[in-house]
Design a protein. Structure first.
Length: 299
């Protein structure tokens, strides 16, 4: 499941990657349009030239008065052009957003158009997609490298980049103050509540995702009500659109994927940690930054 948390990470990752030599793209790499026709498309989940994992959350900014039903979006890349218009719709907040999936590795072009009696606008955007196993901009990967997906409950690695499907767990805080596993199919009766820094009171239940990306192990946790929907463009009120991401301390090179670490959830922050996102795993600033840009697949 993808969330609008990716849009929040986009600003953070763009700022970080701008500090790394060789990663500065052309002006406004996340939006493009033809002339002054006012149709624009932009990637929300990351910079358009730093997409990874094959999908991107994309917004189409339509000309005034244009209807989203007249929007057509085509991906040109891979074996043949592909119409992805059905992924887009005007969401509850008024924005026209869609999750474009199945992007091939390398460069693709998103072609957008609006055709009705009053509008004939066109827009295009170049998107560069990198493999989920990396690398993106950090250079050649360190070798040798020990995969630890099995040790982290993800099963055997499925490729040379230590990839594996993610796992999901639910936990909750009891009314007596303790924490326990939460079964969405059989919800317990002693679930405590918590009030976020936005003043919203929600059940103290959180979802924890553990997975593998760019040869590292990541873990993400966020307040989450299994009984309620969560779409990429419509997050639950228990999340405040903020992310806590510690970079860790010391400097070492273990040549290993590492292990999943406990994360911190505090007043609606989404907590995340990842092996390889900390200096003690590889002692490379560029790799820490690229692994943060990769971390878009959140609860």
């Amino acid at each position: 499941m993808r969330t609008s948390l990716t849009a929040s990470l986009a600003a953070v990752t763009a700022a970080l990657t701008a500090l790394v030599p060789g990663t500065v793209a052309a002006a406004d790499p996340g939006a493009a349009h033809d002339g002054d026709r006012q149709l624009r498309i932009r990637v929300l989940s990351n910079r358009a030239d730093l997409v990874s994992g094959g999908d991107a959350l994309v917004e189409a900014v339509l000309p005034p008065g244009a209807h989203s039903s007249g929007l057509k979006v085509v991906v040109v890349g891979g074996s043949r052009p592909r119409d992805v218009s059905a992924a887009f719709a005007r969401r509850a907040d008024g924005r026209v957003v869609g999750l474009v999936e199945g992007l091939p590795v390398g460069r693709s072009t998103l072609l957008a158009s609006v055709d009705d009696r009053r509008h004939g606008a066109r827009a295009r955007l170049m998107v560069t997609n990198f493999p989920s196993g990396g690398p993106v901009f950090s250079g050649p990967q360190i070798t040798p490298w020990v995969c630890t997906t099995d040790d982290n409950g993800l099963g055997a690695p499925q490729d040379a980049q230590c990839g594996a499907p993610p796992s999901y767990q639910f936990f909750y805080r009891r009314t007596n103050g303790g924490f326990a596993a939460y079964d969405p199919a059989n919800p317990p009766a002693d679930v405590a509540t918590t009030t976020t820094d936005q003043g919203v009171t929600v059940p103290y239940v959180f979802r924890q995702e553990t997975g593998a990306q760019n040869r590292g192990i990541y873990r993400v946790a966020v307040l989450f009500d299994p009984a309620q929907p969560w779409a990429p463009w419509d997050a639950q009120p228990g999340w405040n659109h903020k992310v806590f991401y510690p970079f860790g301390a010391n400097c070492n090179t273990y040549h290993s994927q590492g292990g999943a670490q406990n994360v911190q959830i505090d007043r609606a922050l989404a907590g995340t940690r990842r092996g390889g996102g900390e200096q003690r795993h590889h002692c490379r600033d560029a790799l820490r930054c690229t692994r943060l840009t990769d971390l878009r697949h959140l609860p």
